[in-house]
Design a binder for this molecule. Structure first.
Ligand code: SF4
Length: 290
């Protein structure tokens, strides 16, 4: 099995990098915000920025953790900006968003992990774009049930927390995280509000085995997870964990079918699937009553 240093990037990873970020970037700069799409150097940025949805990254740009697959900067974090929630609301309104994703770096330096700041941002988005759906993509808050409850209390529509990979690979690629703790965060959110949609995702190609992926999918169902994203890991730079394998699109398709058979409402599974890509479509398809 080769690594990304020696493997050619498959055709799908090059052809879909088209598309131009338009108005979105201008509005984000004008209110001093960043999207996770830019911070994580996502290959879908052009396509996503042409839709009425955006994934804001708050409490950044520096993360207190250092996951080996992630392009976000690992450095001492800055103090929280009190007006950031309002600026997210303003940007959501200026962009006419129908779907707002709010995510963050991990802030292990804050007593509540930033839960209250998250909740304030959800409420600010609700005030400015009341018709929009709001999805939070949270860190694990070091497993704090109180912090999860604070975020759930702000009434987002979707609570997303990515397990990212299989437990065996955590020490190598996600050393400051804990698989069981991530599951407990999802389970806690699910048990607090039955109307809340629970979502998670994995990147494939880091060296996981298929039976390990299937076990994680079953664990996620047990934790109350209904929406699942599975995408190909792409190495942000040579300093990051190598790609161990490019997964065939047919294998992604097979995993989607298996996920639906396990009871997930929606499974997005494909090479360029990312946690926040097509989030609005996923929500609407998995939630036809709204
Ligand atoms: S905790 Fe999240 S933002 Fe921080 S390095 Fe890991 S994946 Fe990146």
């Amino acid at each position: 099995m080769g690594t990304s240093a020696t493997m050619r990037l498959p055709e799908w990873a090059r052809t879909e990098r088209r598309g131009k970020p338009r108005e979105t970037k201008r509005v984000l700069r004008s209110v001093g915000l960043a999207t996770v799409c830019e911070e994580a150097r996502c290959p879908n940025i052009g396509l996503c920025f042409s839709k009425p949805s955006a994934a804001f990254i708050i409490m950044g740009p520096n993360c207190t953790r250092n996951c080996r697959f992630c392009a976000v900067t690992h450095a001492l974090p800055e103090p929280l900006k009190n007006d950031e929630p309002q600026r997210v609301g303003l940007a959501a309104s200026a962009l006419g968003l129908r779907y707002v994703v709010i995510t963050s770096v991990t802030r292990d330096d804050l007593p509540d992990g930033g839960a209250e700041h998250f909740a304030r941002t959800v409420r600010a988005a609700r005030r400015r774009v009341p018709a929009a759906k709001v999805e939070v993509l949270t860190p694990d808050f070091r497993g704090s049930p109180e912090s999860v409850a604070v975020v759930v209390g702000a009434r987002p529509d979707v609570f997303n927390h990515n397990v990212e990979t299989v437990p065996r690979l955590y020490p190598a690629v996600r050393p400051q995280a804990d698989y069981r703790r991530s599951l407990s965060v999802l389970h806690r959110a699910a048990s607090l509000d039955p109307s809340l949609r629970i979502k998670s995702g994995l990147m494939l190609g880091l060296g996981e085995r298929i039976e390990e992926v299937l076990q994680v999918m079953m664990d996620l169902r047990e934790a109350g997870c209904e929406f699942l994203t599975l995408g190909q890991y792409l190495r942000p730079s040579r300093a990051h964990a190598p790609v161990e394998r490019y997964i065939d699109p047919a294998e992604f398709d097979d995993l989607r079918h298996r996920g639906l058979a396990m009871g997930f409402r929606q499974v997005l599974s494909g090479p360029l699937v990312r946690s926040s890509k097509d989030a609005e479509e996923m929500y609407n398809r998995g939630h036809p009553e709204t």
